[in-house]
Design a protein around this ligand. Structure first.
Ligand SMILES: O=C(O)[C@H](O)COP(=O)(O)O
Length: 228
């Protein structure tokens, strides 16, 4: 049975500081590193050993993948990085403190920016110090100025279908180390969650989520590995 394991990166420095992160590249905290290692220990303990891995272009997800694979003695498996698995771009909110932004614009507005399905945050201003359009890692990508969850889904899902599904169909155990909103995009698709309901789904850091799939890539079962 095809098996897909999703893991959100461990706590990042800006998760800790409560700042909007999006595409900005921040590293894991010590706690985040420990969460990533723990995820790998869990994979090994439950005998859920990935045979192929995918991650984003962002350090926090890449390092989570590597720390987990190291713990599971699987650093040798093939891995692919792609910007399409990046976090949702936070536009002009990137770098701002989430609590200060709520105090300034109100909780309701910030909730819309964070959790609405199709209302993106304000665009990133040209020349912002968080503008990554000149970053060499994105030389072959179009860096957005902001993204809603809907926009994120529009890049994550085609990538999943074209690049990840063939491995699942070939019998691989696929590990995807990514981000709250790129994983929300996958969970929405795989579990058939509505546009309204997906906004209430929170994906915890460093907790492997396992999908057992049928041959048509439909969900048979979804569970947190820590609960088995
Ligand atoms: O990009 C970020 O700031 C977080 O990783 C995800 O933020 P969210 O919980 O506001 O979607």
């Amino acid at each position: 049975m095809p098996r897909l394991i999703l893991v959100r990166h461990g706590q990042s420095q800006w998760n800790l500081e409560n700042r909007f992160t999006g595409w900005w590249d921040v590293d894991l905290t010590e706690k985040g590193e420990a969460e990533a290692r723990e995820a790998g220990r869990l994979l090994a303990a439950k005998g859920m050993l990935p045979t192929v891995a995918f991650t984003s272009f962002q350090t926090r997800a890449i390092r989570t993948l590597h720390l987990a694979l190291e713990e599971a003695n699987r650093l040798w498996i093939p891995e692919t990085k792609d910007w399409r698995l990046n976090e949702r771009h936070y536009g002009g909110l990137t770098g701002l403190d989430k609590a200060e932004t709520a105090a300034k614009h109100g909780d309701e507005q910030v909730h819309i920016w964070r959790r609405s399905f199709d209302t993106p945050p304000p665009d990133m201003e040209p020349g912002s110090r968080f503008d990554l359009s000149g970053d060499p890692r994105y030389a072959n990508a179009t860096v957005p100025t902001t993204e809603s969850l809907k926009d994120t889904i529009a890049r994550v899902l085609p990538y999943y279908q074209s690049s990840i599904v063939p491995h699942l169909k070939a019998g691989a155990c696929v590990l995807v180390s990514a981000h709250g909103n790129s994983l929300r995009a996958l969970v929405k698709h795989l579990s058939g969650i509505s546009d309204d309901e997906i906004t209430g789904l929170e994906i915890p850091t460093g907790q492997p989520i396992v999908y057992e799939l049928d041959d048509e890539m439909a969900e048979v079962e979804r569970y947190y590995l820590s609960e088995r």
